[in-house]
Ligand binder design. Structure first.
Ligand SMILES: [Zn+2]
Length: 194
């Protein structure tokens, strides 16, 4: 069996060394009992260096904790939170110019605060809108879930197309479009413009 440090009965983190079961790459391999009841086979070098401190339960608990602080990493609400934060804070974001680039700040301190303010997304048609102040920040009191239609109506410059009108007003949209168009073109002609 050669020379090896006897680690029997010694404790390393959650592991208590029970018996030597062989060797690997020149190191003794020990069967260890974990506080959780699990068994681990660990090379002496990993015990001594502190690389192995449990049967694996410690890492599982840690990563679980990291992933489930709010338990909503995959939730649309969390994606909305990340997206809005990114648009405001990261100049590489493709929408940066319309957000951080024009001074809109993301002022929520945590996802929990964001979620407490907005609640669950009503349905996939909804996204986060800054409301009532579209030029304001993402902050408590100025966010809501809104559909694309609601967001268009809340924009700083209202760009209206026939398509949008029809989407909002249904069949009446065509009629409204005609009235607006004639009004705008009529005025343009009256002013000597096209
Ligand atoms: Zn364990």
């Amino acid at each position: 069996m050669g020379n090896f440090i006897d680690l029997k009965d010694r404790r390393f983190g959650r592991l208590v060394v029970k018996k030597r079961i062989g060797s690997k790459r020149g190191y003794a391999v020990w069967s260890c009992e974990c506080d959780c009841g699990g068994i681990a086979e660990v090379m002496s070098v990993n015990l001594i260096r502190g690389n192995s401190q449990s049967c694996g339960c410690l890492n599982r608990e840690r990563s679980q904790q990291a992933n489930t602080t709010h338990g909503m990493c995959e939730a649309p609400e969390y994606k909305a939170y990340q997206g809005a934060k990114h648009r405001c804070n990261n100049s590489n974001d493709s929408h940066w110019n319309d957000y951080g680039g024009r001074g809109i700040k993301f002022l929520f301190n945590s996802f929990e605060q964001f979620y407490a303010e907005l609640g669950s997304r009503p349905s996939p048609e909804y996204s986060v809108d800054r409301y009532p102040n579209n030029d304001g920040n993402y902050e408590p009191g100025n966010v809501r879930w809104a559909t694309a239609k609601e967001q268009i109506l809340n924009r700083r410059v209202l760009l209206v197309s026939q398509e949008i009108l029809c989407e909002i007003f249904g069949e009446d949209g065509d009629r409204i479009w005609k009235i607006l168009r004639e009004g705008i073109l009529g005025r343009g002609i009256a002013n000597g413009q096209n």
